[in-house]
Design a protein around this ligand. Structure first.
Ligand code: HAM
Length: 419
């Protein structure tokens, strides 16, 4: 146990972490182009925020949160997602007085006590976007186009986009009534949780993963066919906006999403490569959440992409990831004087952005050269007392074996000129 990560978590080792850095740098670039600024919120929040913000009829809050009492007897939970914390921060920091819309993004770890499966972890990471203050469908289109541009910049192809609308409290009320009429005769055939959902939030029954419930929900009325005029116009606007940008989508009446806060637009990007449920990204509008959490009435829309699943998709599609910066030069040394000289030399090389290494273990010359090879160093130089005294050394190109005598104090330029 002592030397094992807890179930559902994993280390991101150097052979993987450069891929994360690459994805994160692409995210930052795309967000900058779209005018989204980064926000960082705490890993833990008051449990109440998630009960209110994610919804206490959701699986996440009912079954999956890491909740504990802190030493001051406060109920605290690790964040199961990013939206609630950002909404809290929007309210707490008075962001409604900033020019609207407020456009934020985050890259976070999140925690859910879920059953392990392919692409499903207990600690996972999300890149998310939240926007506040704009109620028209243009901003829904904008965030979807941001995802599309991110996928394009990463070289991803054919990640399917499914969209739906789940209405607003006005049309949902009538629709819930229809749903209840539909489910009432089959209540004894639904699972215990769905019986509970029936009273509190019947829409959630549609999202149940139990086979017996799925069979019954297959014939249930769809919210998309029961939208009020405002929601219907919004959905038409969304489709028109996506068409205008040439973004291909599929309308899927069954998307209801696993969180309670959504209104109107909901969407998912899916792929078979990332596990049983196949969702790389999920998002939607949540026009009532800021107010439900104690802030002013504020329309909002956002999404989150699972970074583990994004990387899985990239791997499945075989998209190239630029390799880590290689060591450019390895300075091998013989004796104390040259070692001291090399110490200063690599310090200066690194200062000039040239990745450089020297021996740190008093290895033999042979072992040093072997190590340089393992590091993938492009050049090597062997320094002994004579080289240091005469300021001359042989620069060897490790790829093609070419050798050139150079002045040691000019080594930086010699390398830069060979790039
Ligand atoms: P979500 O659908 O719960 O939405 O999660 C978004 C994405 O996070 C999923 O599509 C998936 O890629 C990833 N994800 C979720 N759970 C796991 C897990 N256990 N292991 C690995 N990856 C996972 C949200 O979290 C909303 N906050 C999205 C949002 C933002 N809606 C509006 N704004």
């Amino acid at each position: 146990m002592l030397t094992q990560t807890p179930k559902g978590t994993k280390d991101i080792l150097p052979i993987e972490s450069y891929k994360w850095q690459y994805v994160e740098s692409q995210i930052a670039k795309v967000c900058a182009n779209f005018g989204y600024k980064e926000i960082r919120t705490p890993v833990f929040e008051h449990t109440e925020l998630f009960q209110r913000g994610v919804g206490d009829t959701t699986d996440i809050v009912q079954k999956e949160m890491y909740t504990f009492l802190d030493k001051g007897n406060r109920s605290i939970s690790l964040r199961p997602e990013g939206t609630a914390g950002v909404v809290r921060s929007y309210i707490e920091n008075g962001m409604s007085s900033l020019p609207q819309p407020v456009k934020l993004y985050y890259i976070i770890s999140a925690y859910r006590y879920e059953k392990m499966a392919k692409g499903r972890y207990r600690e996972f990471h999300q890149f998310g976007v939240e926007t506040f203050g704009s109620k028209g469908p243009s901003i829904d289109v904008e965030i979807i186009s941001l995802i599309k541009q991110l996928f394009d910049s990463l070289g991803l192809k054919d990640v399917g986009l499914n969209i739906n609308s789940i209405g607003c409290p006005i049309c949902r009320k009538e629709y819930n009534q229809k749903l209840m009429d539909y489910f009432r005769p089959s209540l004894d055939k639904l699972c215990g949780l769905c019986n509970n959902r029936f009273e509190r939030n019947p829409l959630r029954i549609i999202d149940c993963k139990e086979e017996k419930c799925k069979t019954i929900t297959a014939g249930a009325p769809a919210i998309l066919d029961n939208l009020c005029e405002e929601c219907s116009t919004h959905f038409e606007g969304l489709k028109k906006g996506l068409d205008n940008l040439g973004i291909v989508y599929n309308v899927d009446k069954n998307i209801v999403r696993g969180l309670d806060y959504y209104t109107k637009t909901v969407f998912e990007f899916i792929s078979e490569n990332v596990g049983t449920q196949g969702t790389i990204c999920g998002g939607g509008r949540y026009d009532g959440l800021v107010q439900a959490c104690g802030g002013p009435s504020t329309p909002a829309v956002g999404f989150a992409i699972g970074i583990e699943r994004l990387l899985m998709e990239m791997e499945s599609q075989g998209v190239p990831i630029p390799p880590q910066k290689e060591i450019e030069i390895y300075i091998a040394t013989i004796g104390e004087t040259s070692d001291t000289y090399a110490e200063k030399l690599i310090y200066d090389l690194r200062k000039r952005q040239i990745p450089a290494e020297k021996d740190l273990l008093q290895k033999s010359l042979k072992a040093q050269m072997k190590y340089a090879d393992k590091l993938g160093a492009k050049y090597t130089v062997v320094l002994g007392d004579d080289e240091v005294k005469n300021n001359r050394a042989v620069l060897k190109n490790m790829k093609n074996g070419e050798q050139a005598e150079i002045a040691l104090d000019n080594i930086h330029d010699e390398i830069i000129n060979r790039r």
